[in-house]
Design a protein around this ligand. Structure first.
Ligand code: ADP
Ligand code: MG
Length: 299
């Protein structure tokens, strides 16, 4: 029997969207943010990109934006050789230069990553997220609901940070019917349980099936969800409208508000917003069992 817990009532409510690289985390996060911003709730929204790819907030801000880690690097290089004035420090004002007001007033921030080939990307996320807390960015921007868009291929300390104490309690995994996406989803579930075993109140809210149009996709994702004991929040169809809007650097909600895909994202946003439960998942035993799920439908 899978354990179910109520989502803790906290302000801001923080949720994290995990999943394999390229599965559609940023698209899904941005569309949930954009749809929520139109739902008339008077809750301040924030989206935090936690992937060195740093394109999480691009569709909400109309382009790729500077990151927290870039800001830190600039401050560090300013302070080098500046013995007269002493080291330059990060301040609220400087941090605000990498906090943006995006579509419909959504507060947007990109953690960023180290230069390619240098340092650990996960550590960068850890540093950036701690800075948001330390400088009370949520309070200063009246944030009531924050979405963390996090890479899940490696759930190292840094990428696990949004799940740790005081951060997101509610985890959503973006997946599809492909074996690799399901395998990574399973690894993320293991990370959730590992962090739970450290006494942290975190759980899986469910899976978001961002469809790739593989055969029996809906059935495969449903079966994976059944075996791991977590709900499927929604099956999101693949739609060319997403790419058309992406080229305009917009979400479908903004570019094609009357489209079927916009309706899908509104429904997804409502389900996420109204969600009340998180689960301690029952991950499968490695790749073999993941393949076995797919074999139920494809021989
Ligand atoms: P991630 O953040 O997980 O690395 P993205 O959100 O950037 O992945 O998605 C990768 C690409 O997949 C996007 O650039 C977009 O073109 C495409 N994509 C994602 N979801 C959909 C969808 N539902 N329909 C069509 N294209 C999609
Ligand atoms: Mg992304």
């Amino acid at each position: 029997m899978i354990e179910r817990f109520e989502v803790p009532k906290e302000v801001p409510r923080k949720i994290a969207i995990y999943g394999k690289a390229g599965i559609g985390k940023s698209i899904t996060s941005s569309h949930i943010s954009a749809a929520l911003s139109e739902m008339g709730e008077k809750v301040g929204l924030m989206q935090v990109g936690c992937d060195p790819k740093r394109d999480s907030i691009a569709l909400l801000c109309g382009g790729i934006m500077p990151t927290v880690l870039e800001k830190l690097r600039m401050i560090e290089s300013d302070s080098l050789g500046d013995e007269d004035t002493g080291p330059v420090e990060l301040t609220d004002v400087k941090l605000d230069e990498v906090i943006f007001s995006g579509y419909n007033g959504i507060v947007c921030c990109e953690a960023g990553g180290p230069r390619p080939g240098m340092g650990c990307a996960g550590r960068g996320v850890l540093v950036a997220i701690n800075i948001l807390d330390e400088f009370k960015v949520y309070e200063r921007n009246n944030v009531g609901f924050a979405i963390f868009d996090v890479l899940g291929d490696v759930v190292c300390g840094g990428f696990a940070q949004p799940m740790r104490a005081g951060q997101a309690h509610e985890i959503y995994i973006v997946t599809c019917g492909e074996i690799l996406a399901l395998y990574i989803s399973n690894e993320i579930m293991r990370a959730v349980n590992r962090i739970r075993s450290e006494g942290v109140n975190v759980g899986l809210a469910g899976l978001i099936d961002n469809q790739r149009n593989v055969p029996f996709e809906r059935e495969i994702v449903e079966e994976f969800a059944r075996r791991t004991g977590v709900p499927v929040i929604l099956h999101v169809p693949r739609s060319p409208k997403v790419q058309e809007a992406e080229i305009m650097c917009k979400t479908v909600i903004e570019a094609f508000p009357e489209s079927d895909q916009a309706l899908v994202y509104r429904s997804l946003a409502r389900k996420v917003y109204e969600n009340q439960y998180i689960y301690a998942p029952a991950p499968l035993n490695g790749l073999d069992e993941v393949v076995d799920v797919v074999r139920t439908y494809i021989h």
